[in-house]
Design a protein around this ligand. Structure first.
Ligand SMILES: C[S@@+](CC[C@H](N)C(=O)[O-])C[C@H]1O[C@@H](n2cnc3c(N)ncnc32)[C@H](O)[C@@H]1O
Length: 389
C-alpha cells in the first residue's frame, strides 16, 4: 500500500527531523537552506508596486522548503501569497497554482516570482480577498497558507500581513470554516501559523481538531520554535507603532492582552490529509518541541529589487524574528555575562529578573529594547539545563 503523505510527514516529525528539509536538526542551527536559496537569488525575480511592502519571514522560508519537500500534486491554492515564494515552490510539483492576495504589492511580487518559475498557463495570481475567492472556486487538491497570526487587541491597528484579530487566529478560524467545501477527497491542507500556548496547548490545536472532525482528515501539528510571550508582546508593540500614531502605551496594552493568551508563543506547521492506512481520521499529534530556530545568511547575500520588510534572523545565534528587537551585539553581551546570568537562574530567578540583574547595561534602555535580551538569555538557560542533564 502506498503510504500517505501524512504518514510520511508524521514519521519525519517523530524522528526529530526538521520540517523544512527532512534532515536531522543540527544543534543550534535551523533551516539554513531557505536563506541560502532565497538570499542567493534562487532564480526568483521579485517585484513590487512602488512603496508597497511585502512580508517575507524566516517562517516563509522554512515553510516554503517544507512545502517543496511534500511534492504536492494537482491543482493548488496559496492563500495570502505575499512574495509568491510558497506558490513558486508548489509550482515545482503541482500542475496548476493559484496565488491569492488582497495586497497590490503582494500580487505584483507573486506574479513576478511565479513567472520566473513556470509557464504562464500553469499559474494564476488573483488580487482579491481570499474569503471571496474561496466562496467562488472549484475544489482543489492542495491548499497551503501562511496567514497573518499576530494577536492584536481590539481598538489597535496593525499591518494587513500580520493582524490576526484578538487571539491571532481570526483568519485561521475563518479559513478552516470555509475550507471543507474547497477540498477534493484526497486533498492536503498545509498551514503555517505562530500562536500562543494556553493551558490546553497551542491555541491552534482546538480549531484544527474541529476541522479534522468535520472533514474526516487526519492531521499532524508540528511545533518547532518558541519565544517567551513577553518577547512576542514587545515585537508586536514595536511593529504596531507606525499604525497607531500618538499611542503612548503600546507595550502595556500588548502585555496585558497577551498575558491572557498564554506564556509562550510557538511556531507551528499543520498538515492534514484525508485519512488512509494506519492513521485514524481526526488524529492530531504534537511533536518536535525544540529550541527556537535560527537561520544563517550566506556571505554572498544579494540586495533584492523589492521594497521588502524582511523578518527573520540573520545570524546563527539569533532566533526567528529576533532582529526586530535585538542585535547580534545583544547576543554577544548575554554570552559575555553568561556566568552571572546562570548564577541568578540557578538561584531561581525568572527570565526577566535574569535580564535585569544579570546584564549591567539594561537599566537605561527603553523597556521594549530590554525585551530583546529575553531570547538569548532563555537560550542560555536552556543550554545550561541540557548540559546539566
Ligand atoms: C504572513 S503573510 C505570508 C505571505 C507569504 N505566503 C509567505 O509565506 O511569506 C500573509 C499574507 O496574507 C495576505 N492577506 C491577509 N489577509 C488577506 C485576505 N483577507 N485576503 C487575501 N490575502 C490576505 C497579506 O497581504 C500577506 O501577503
Amino acid at each position: 500500500m502506498t503510504r500517505s503523505l501524512l504518514e510520511r510527514t508524521i514519521d519525519m516529525a517523530r524522528a526529530g527531523r526538521t520540517p523544512a528539509t527532512g534532515e536531522p536538526v543540527p544543534t543550534g542551527r535551523r533551516h539554513p537552506d531557505g536563506y541560502l536559496q532565497y538570499l542567493a537569488g534562487d532564480g526568483y525575480a521579485y517585484a513590487s508596486e512602488p512603496g508597497g511592502e511585502i512580508y517575507l519571514g524566516a517562517d516563509s522560508l522554512q515553510f516554503a522548503a517544507f512545502v517543496q519537500q511534500l511534492r504536492l500534486r494537482g491543482r493548488a491554492l496559496d492563500l495570502g501569497s505575499g512574495s509568491g515564494l510558497l506558490a513558486a515552490r508548489l509550482a515545482r510539483s503541482c500542475t496548476h497554482v493559484t496565488a491569492i492576495d488582497n495586497s497590490a504589492a503582494a500580487v505584483g511580487a507573486s506574479r513576478a516570482t511565479l513567472a520566473a518559475e513556470c509557464a504562464p498557463d500553469r499559474f494564476e495570481v488573483v488580487h482579491t480577498d481570499l474569503f471571496a475567492y474561496l466562496r467562488e472556486t472549484c475544489p482543489v487538491d492542495a491548499v497551503v497558507t501562511n496567514l497573518p497570526f499576530v494577536p492584536v487587541p481590539d481598538g489597535l491597528s496593525y499591518s494587513g500581513y500580520g493582524a490576526g484579530g484578538p487571539t491571532g487566529l481570526g483568519l485561521v478560524e475563518r479559513v478552516l470554516a470555509e475550507l471543507p467545501a474547497v477540498l477534493r477527497a484526497e486533498a492536503v491542507f498545509c498551514l503555517k501559523v505562530h500562536c500562543a500556548v494556553g493551558p490546553q496547548g497551542p491555541l491552534v490545536a482546538e480549531p484544527i481538531r474541529r476541522f479534522l472532525e468535520r472533514t474526516g482528515h487526519a492531521g499532524c501539528l508540528m511545533i518547532d520554535g518558541d519565544v517567551p510571550m513577553a518577547f512576542r508582546a514587545a515585537q508586536s508593540a514595536r511593529n504596531a507603532v507606525p499604525f497607531n500614531p500618538g499611542h503612548d502605551d503600546l507595550l502595556g496594552v500588548f502585555d496585558r492582552h497577551y498575558s491572557h493568551l498564554g506564556e509562550e508563543f510557538v511556531s507551528t506547521i499543520v498538515v492534514t490529509q484525508s485519512a488512509s492506512g494506519s492513521l485514524r481520521p481526526g488524529e492530531l499529534i504534537t511533536v518536535d518541541r525544540r529550541p527556537a530556530p535560527a537561520a544563517t545568511a550566506p556571505a554572498e547575500a544579494v540586495p533584492l529589487p523589492l521594497v521588502l520588510r524582511r523578518y527573520g534572523a540573520l545570524t546563527a545565534q539569533m532566533p526567528e524574528g529576533y532582529e526586530e528587537l535585538g542585535t547580534a551585539a545583544m547576543v554577544d553581551e548575554v554570552a559575555a555575562h553568561a556566568e552571572r546570568i546562570l548564577e541568578l537562574a540557578a538561584a531561581g530567578a525568572g527570565l526577566e529578573q535574569c535580564v535585569r540583574e544579570g546584564l549591567p547595561g539594561v537599566a537605561g534602555l527603553d523597556p521594549v529594547a530590554v525585551r530583546g535580551y529575553l531570547v538569548p538569555v532563555d537560550r542560555l538557560r536552556r543550554a545550561a539545563q541540557r548540559e546539566a542533564v
